[in-house]
Design a protein around this ligand. Sequence first.
Ligand code: ZN
Length: 272
Amino acid sequence: MRVEVRGVQSQSWRGLSPLLYVIVFSLLGLAFSVSTYLSSQHILLSEQSLVPKIQAEAVNSTWHEPLPLLPDIVITSIKPGISAPVVSHIPTNQPVVFLGIDDGWDHLPEAKEWFAATQLPISFFLTHDAVKGNQQYFRDLQSGGLNIQNHTVNHPHLPDLTRDQQKAEICGASNQFAADYGKQPTLFRPPYGQYNEDTYSVVAECGMKAIVTWMAYVEDGKMHYHKGVDKLNPGDIVLMHLKGSFMQDIQVFMDEANKQGLTVANLEDWLK
Ligand SMILES: [Zn+2]
């Protein structure tokens, strides 16, 4: 009996075993599939969550982010068409800073790549003599988001000129740039930051809205401020040049802007 019972028991177990194998292996298979799926999802999610993070960091450091900021204040001419105001700072509450790059004597390929990659709305105050023959370089920058503005025909010290001579320098550059770049400049930056009483009206007569100077400038990898100031503030206009130290200068500027939580915005939107 005991043997029979054992035999029966044994027989029952043996009878069930194929079904058990099927169930056990099915369950194991299912568990394995689920765990593989979850694990693959986990890796995928981890990778997905890492990718935007890396991109976001890159965005911060290279300023790819589209600017959601709109002007909270727009500076308009004090006497439209008669006298252009001098502006070095926009009294804005937005976390923005404005960058104007002057002259255009150098045409650095690495700078062109940097502008194309970042597409920042930087104002380029060109001197016609500096850029003639190399208009394509600046057209490429323009199509990447830069604005072409006026810095005279041949970079004179304006206070030494008669009114007519100033007009030839300022209107002459505007007319030339309108022909070369398809857009009339709206802003003027005087060479050396120097101007006189005639300049206000000449700039207005030549169709521009403002004489743009600066609160800080970048030179040879260093930020320079007015006396008593040691950082960028919202609304500051900054001066820089496109020259050999450009990559170093732009990095120093970007680092300071990032440190102060400021984004480069389009000066044309604030000065109309
Ligand atoms: Zn200049």
